[in-house]
Design a protein around this ligand. Structure first.
Ligand code: SAH
Ligand code: SF4
Length: 416
């Protein structure tokens, strides 16, 4: 897809197969599942019915084995197993923070690694999902931005993170669901398959596209994955519980609102061209005015569904009272239904910044609150396992300052 002003140098390409020659059904639309069933030899009507059933098993029940699909004829299950798989990312490492935050290092079928984080709270549980291995951008305060290796994740690899989290949290519904009992056309199907399904309270209630990568540089795959996550016969998460964070890929923002429709978070982080150019170099391509105009135009934003501005607190860089006042002025100038999320800078090895003092963060927050705009300070979560915002990086090496500069220069050159 050609995007105006789009400079993403990486493509998704063909997502490698996990099951040898078998096709992984995770990440395909219902129609696409029907399509591969037709290609494998089913007639269109049968394929459509089977696609619907398989979809339900994958996304509502979390099943990974065709043998467990009790409403599919017993004879047909090995036929499916021979041709298809329902894959999961490989877990390379699972860590738990002292605050309960969990981080998984995952590997794709080609060995590429990416991370996913689950943040439990009293009233919600948020899964922080990655959209790329690494990131083509190079925000100076972000660990992910120091990764040289980048590839887009496919829709299956993105939605696979949600499926895996549900597995790990033990959150698939138990029992069977009425209406999805034994196959009426199959005398051989399991007899006890009719239903006593209960949907229990869930830990995983929210999703944020705030892991590794810039989601709007991988638009189609992110959109495909989120459509699956929102599908009513499946994971069924409401768009109000999903937030997509962008560093400001202006040309894709309207489409994100129209075609995906989830909440928007924008990594603003600075209010002057000079500072934002330095810390979020994408600003040299899409400046603050353009970005704020795109926010003002974002479909679906209103006072009930406000845009979140993320603002990382960097000592002596972007944290003065004047910065806070300018932030308020800009939000008012563009008449934005906005809230501000102040993120204390999370350190990583070799990072060129320090976090603002707690007093400075508090004063900054107070100034914004006084102007009538909500500006809570985000409590860092999972810092001890490097799971907090901006700390994700799959190959945990400590680059030298010269290497960091070189990577930044290379990425900048690619941006044009
Ligand atoms: N690429 C997207 C989403 C991922 S980052 C984006 O940039 O918006 C999620 C949030 O964490 C962003 O606001 C990002 O700027 C912020 N962040 C990155 N590094 C950080 C760090 N070291 N400390 C605190 N926040 C950081
Ligand atoms: Fe990429 Fe976001 Fe990190 Fe910037 S903050 S380098 S856009 S992941």
């Amino acid at each position: 897809m050609q995007i105006p002003g789009h400079i993403d140098p990486v493509t998704t390409g063909t997502v490698p197969l996990r099951g040898g020659n078998r096709i992984d059904l995770v990440g395909l639309t219902r129609d696409a599942i029907g399509g591969v069933l037709v290609e494998a030899g089913l007639d269109a009507k049968a394929a459509k019915l089977r696609a619907k059933q398989i979809w339900h098993w994958i996304y509502h029940r979390g099943v990974t084995d065709f043998e467990a699909m009790t409403d599919i004829a017993k004879a047909m299950r090995p036929w499916l197993t021979d041709r298809f798989i329902i894959g999961r990312p490989t877990v390379r490492e699972a860590q738990v923070s002292s605050d309960g935050t969990r981080k998984w290092l995952l590997a794709a079928a080609d060995g590429q690694e990416y991370e996913m984080v689950f943040i439990p709270d009293a009233d919600r549980g948020t899964l922080c999902v990655s959209s790329q291995v690494g990131c083509t951008l190079n925000c100076r305060f972000c660990h992910t931005g120091t990764m040289r290796l980048v590839r887009n994740l496919g829709a299956g690899e993105i939605v696979g993170q949600v499926l895996l989290a549900r597995d790990a949290l033990g959150e698939w519904p138990k029992g069977t669901m009425a209406g999805f009992g034994a196959d009426p056309e199959d005398e051989d199907a399991d007899e006890d398959a009719a239903g006593h399904y209960t949907a229990d309270g869930r830990m995983l209630t929210n999703i944020v596209m705030m892991g590794m990568g810039e989601p709007l540089y991988n638009f189609e795959e992110v959109k495909g994955a989120l459509k699956i996550v929102m599908d009513g016969d499946g994971l069924a998460l409401s768009k109000r519980r999903i937030t997509l964070s962008t560093s400001g890929v202006v040309p894709m923002m309207a489409r994100a609102g129209e075609e995906i429709g989830v909440n928007l978070a924008v990594s603003l982080h600075a209010v002057s061209k000079e500072i934002r150019d330095e810390i979020v170099p994408l600003n040299r391509k899409y400046g603050i005015e353009q970005l704020l105009q795109a926010c003002a135009d974002y479909p679906g934003a209103n006072n009930a569904r406000r845009i979140t501005f993320e603002y990382v607190m960097l000592k002596d860089k972007n944290d003065s009272n004047d910065d806070a006042r300018e932030l308020v002025r800009l939000i008012k100038q563009y008449n934005l239904p906005a809230k501000v999320n102040l993120i204390p800078f999370n350190p990583w090895p070799g990072a060129p910044y320090e976090c603002s003092s707690p007093e400075r963060v508090r004063a900054f927050s107070n100034l914004i609150f006084k102007a009538g705009i909500s500006a809570p300070v985000r409590t860092p979560r999972g810092r001890d396992i490097m799971a907090a915002c901006g700390q994700l990086k799959s190959a945990a090496t400590k680059p030298t300052r010269a290497e960091l500069d070189r990577i930044a220069e290379e990425k900048q050159a690619a941006l044009g």
